[in-house]
Design a protein around this ligand. Structure first.
Ligand SMILES: C[S@@+](CC[C@H](N)C(=O)[O-])C[C@H]1O[C@@H](n2cnc3c(N)ncnc32)[C@H](O)[C@@H]1O
Length: 293
């Protein structure tokens, strides 16, 4: 599928965040401590399942279920050519091609993550990895039937532009399969500043702004977005801290004598802040499908 691409990627701040090489001993280069908790699925297990949230080793299973859930919502099947925009280390590239039989191209600004993705392998002839920026996708017009973006849109500085790019590379009738967290209108400047601090992400949209931008880019929403905010405000709020403290924080502390404790505490604080935003109605977690008009 390499013939579908051209051009050079532009840089992005997110690449520095994920390429930071300060985690000697972590098995998935480019994933930081997230890989230690979630393997090749670099997104939270937003499932309403106390069994998953109460057991660290099961988080990856919950994260895979979230991938499967969106794939079903988007009706992905063997005829699809999917572009995974911000593919991490290719967790969804492998899962979508293995479970749904489609071809998948993974696009990422992080060269380190792409090297890790390639080293993990994938179905021969049905998966390819390409270095590139969501705001300037190095692919031909109409090359794909599905643009997949999973827990990465919050990273993008110019979100309307990225949506227009996903629209451009989709064939007529193609679908946008979208998963991300967005603010609500109640969120204030302090919430935005705290999110920027914790998650290395420049711009945050509200739910209304996101849906407007999706329509403006030339998509029609297929039904209402599926809302998983209740997971953040419910089972995640109840169980995240105790599971993290028991199953992951000690391992993160042990990674580095100087920085380990700080990394463990920073991550805990970042997630706890996110949970507070879900619980107070200032943040939502959405999955949605839209069709290219
Ligand atoms: C939280 S990870 C999610 C990865 C993957 N979607 C998953 O769920 O496992 C966010 C990903 O988006 C990538 N990313 C951030 N900004 C990007 C951009 N402008 N263009 C392409 N990829 C980007 C990061 O390098 C990282 O791989």
């Amino acid at each position: 599928m390499t013939e579908l691409f051209d051009g050079e990627p532009s840089g992005a701040r997110a690449a520095e965040y994920y390429d930071a090489a300060w985690l000697d001993g972590v098995p998935l280069p480019g994933t930081g401590i997230v890989g230690l908790m979630l393997g090749d699925q670099l997104h939270p297990p937003m499932v309403d399942d106390a069994g998953v949230w109460g057991s660290g080793p099961r988080w990856v299973e919950g994260a895979r279920e979230c991938t499967r859930r969106l794939a079903r919502l988007a009706g992905i099947g063997p005829a699809d050519a999917v572009l995974d925009v911000g593919c991490g280390v290719g967790g969804a590239v492998r899962q979508l091609s293995n479970e749904f039989g489609c071809r998948v191209a993974g696009l990422n600004v992080s060269a380190v993550q792409l090297r890790t993705a390639a080293s993990l392998g994938g179905p021969a002839g049905r998966a390819v990895y390409v270095l590139g920026d969501a705001q300037r996708i190095p692919a031909r017009e109409g090359a794909f039937t599905c643009a997949w973006t999973f827990n990465m849109f919050y990273h993008i500085p110019d979100k309307p532009r990225a949506l227009r790019e996903m629209h451009r590379v989709l064939a007529p009738g193609g679908r946008l399969a979208f998963d991300d967290w967005v603010l609500t209108p109640v969120a204030d400047a302090a919430d935005r500043a705290a999110l920027r601090h914790h998650w290395s992400s420049p711009e945050w949209m509200t739910d209304g702004e996101l849906l407007h931008a999706i329509r403006q880019a030339g998509f029609a929403l297929r039904g209402e977005p599926a809302d998983y905010t209740h997971v953040g405000a419910g089972v995640m709020r109840r169980l995240f801290a105790s599971t993290y403290d028991r199953d992951f924080a000690p391992r993160i502390r042990a990674l580095d004598a100087t920085l380990g404790a700080r990394m463990a505490d920073d991550f805990r604080e970042a997630v706890q802040h996110t949970i507070d935003l879900y619980a107070s109605g200032r943040l939502r977690y959405l999955q949605l499908v839209a069709e290219r008009r």
